[in-house]
Design a binder for this molecule. Sequence first.
Ligand code: SF4
Length: 317
Amino acid sequence: MTALLQVRGLAKHFPTPGGVLKAVDGVSFDLAAGETLGIVGESGCGKSTLARLITRLMEPTSGEVVFDGQPMGGLSRRALRRRRRDMQLIFQDPYASLDPRQTVGSIVAEPLEIHGLGDRAGRAARVARLLARVGLDADAARRYPHEFSGGQRQRIGIARGIALEPKLVIADEPVSALDVSIQSQILNLLMDLKAEMGLSYIFISHDLSVVEHVSDRVAVMYLGKIVEIAPAGRLYEAPQHPYTQALVSAIPVPDPERPRDRIVLAGDMPSPEHPPPGCPFHPRCRHAFDRCTDAVPPVTNLGTDGQPHLVSCHLYG
Ligand code: SF4
């Protein structure tokens, strides 16, 4: 499949009084058209910063993003705005991302207005269709965000996100603020839209179980780097990086006859301002050995069937 998105060596470093905070530190991957890539990791691993770098809401320190064959770096403001039509972000907290003073109709119509699409009547008709598509009543357009539940607000955020018929949707923790019963409804809606509209997704979550059923491939991030990326089935069945193994072991298993040995991670993730030398995971890794503390692990491809399974760990290098 052709790559819709190519991310090469993307990094975002922030100067701090104590040194440099490496929020994202050399991330590379491709996303094929129609593919869903899950990106998982603990809070603070850099996954939300990565979303902002890809959409150029934030300038990278280094690295390159090529979207639909066109490098994003160096685009004029106008060209960038045109490009952003095709890549939309959906946020975790739909309440915070929806202007409480605007009606739902004007929130969903706003991207159409910004890009000068249609006249007033045409936009209103499009908004009505979008609201119906995400499962909201027609009168939702006249109401305000606070009149809706969390799940309904996320539906409004999705309607706004797909208004411009993008090619890529980056969903940043789109269900983590919602009750579990509502989460699956929203995930199903996102997957139905993907099939109907031929969307590609980057699906960001701190929760491996959320991305499991929606992702074609999954990337695991730790302290600003991807430590493992593989087809989803393979990553959940046979995780290779010790960090991924710990995360997978913590996913609740529905079958009590087949309990999983849980690997409990020691300590918290270190500050990205002071990442440990060598393998940044070494202070928490139960397999760490001498080399791990002073040499950055190489990336090894463990894929056997032509599908890359990349792992950054000395156990395989
Ligand atoms: Fe653990 Fe060493 Fe592998 Fe890092 S490189 S994950 S410390 S075994």
